[in-house]
Design a protein around this ligand. Structure first.
Ligand SMILES: Nc1nc2c(ncn2[C@@H]2O[C@H](COP(=O)(O)OP(=O)(O)OP(=O)(O)O)[C@@H](O)[C@H]2O)c(=O)[nH]1
Length: 333
């Protein structure tokens, strides 16, 4: 059964909140991407080099990532030869399915490495402005909803506002925040936080960090120091190092991922503000070009708008109309 047919059977007429969130959150990307695709197909009736060139531009413009786009175009050309496709209309479903398969094939697990009978420590890294604080707050809310006890550590002591912002989230979701004054040593804040979390038998400790990128060596040293303080107290911790990236920054997010990946062991990516961009193709670039799983995505500003990344939900959100139009006939083409 084709991938789209599988999604059609699974999601059509489905109205649970997660499906709705992905559908709404992906609407900007969906409308822009499908609009441009339709325009392209209207202009080109026959599949030729010019068509492929424009398709390449369109995909790069949607932040799919050059490497991924070139790979995809090659695969499509093979497909055209193999199936002897002459008409662009015959290629439309193939393009979307190939894109979708790229998202699906990696089979990555978005599950967080949670400790069953012990405290789980999660470190958040990323540059300022990407929505790190908001994400930590949303995740604190998520864990509380699951019945877990949570504590947050205000490790971004560099940016004065970061501590207060985390405190606001702490009050909002009813979670204690361990802090020191601005400018103090982040490693000292982490030490305090781990001690406090241990004494209170907390289930999950969420740690903010400063995201200065100007100097990679300093960033690396600071993150190493923070991690060392944590692992001295809890041997396997931190259990996750999550890199927060802003989907609206496109290829900048890719280069941030590369820099942070070199500075520390990143175990997962959280991609924020997917709802705020028409270029959701960035997820494809990340999944295809980086060796780091996308674990969560931000689909809005509300507390429960942080969702585990699910490639099927994502693809359905992205290609909803096409998925719903899929029939057995297209499959047999
Ligand atoms: N639409 C949308 N907005 C988001 C999402 N995540 C965060 N934001 C918004 O992005 C803005 C910046 O987020 P903050 O958490 O305040 O980020 P920051 O304090 O600027 O920077 P850091 O915490 O250092 O990353 C806020 O207005 C958030 O509400 C999301 O998934 N969708």
């Amino acid at each position: 059964m084709s991938f789209f047919k599988k999604l059609k059977d699974k999601f059509t007429n489905q109205s649970d909140t997660v499906t709705e969130k992905f559908k709404d959150g992906m609407s900007k990307t969906r409308e822009s991407f499908l609009g441009k695709m339709n325009e392209l197909f209207a202009r080109y009736r026959t599949v030729d080099e010019d068509f492929f060139e424009e398709l390449e531009e369109l995909l790069i413009g949607a932040d799919v990532g050059v490497e991924t786009v070139l790979e995809l175009i090659d695969e499509l050309k093979d497909e055209v030869r193999l199936r002897n496709i002459k008409d662009t209309s015959g290629l439309a479903p193939v393009i979307s399915e190939k894109l979708a398969e790229k998202l699906d094939k990696t089979g990555e697990d978005s599950a967080l490495n949670m400790q069953e009978n012990d405290m789980t420590v999660i470190l958040f890294v990323g540059v300022n402005g990407v929505g790190k604080t908001t994400t930590i707050g949303k995740m604190a809310h998520m864990f509380k909803e699951e019945g877990k006890s949570v504590m947050m550590a205000a490790g971004d002591t560099f940016r004065a506002g970061a501590i207060e912002q985390l405190e606001v989230w702490g009050e909002r979701v009813g979670v204690d925040v361990v802090k020191q004054q601005a400018g103090s040593d982040p490693a000292a804040v982490m030490y305090d936080a781990v001690q406090s979390a241990k004494s209170k038998n907390v289930d999950v400790l969420l740690c903010d960090t400063a995201g200065r990128l100007q100097n990679k060596v300093n960033l690396m040293k600071e993150l190493e120091k923070v991690k060392k303080v944590i692992s001295r107290e809890i041997p396997d911790a931190p259990h996750e190092v999550l890199l927060v990236l802003d989907a609206t920054t496109g290829q900048n997010a890719m280069s941030q991922a590369k820099t942070f990946g070199q500075a520390t062991d990143v175990s997962g990516i959280i991609l924020t503000k997917l709802d705020g961009t028409a270029k959701g193709g960035i997820v494809l670039a990340i999944r295809n070009e980086l060796d780091i799983p996308v674990k969560y995505v931000g689909l809005g500003e509300k507390m429960d708008d942080l969702q585990p990344f699910d490639s099927e939900q994502f693809v359905y959100g992205l290609f909803k109309e096409l998925v719903e139009e899929t029939s057995e006939e297209t499959e047999e083409d």
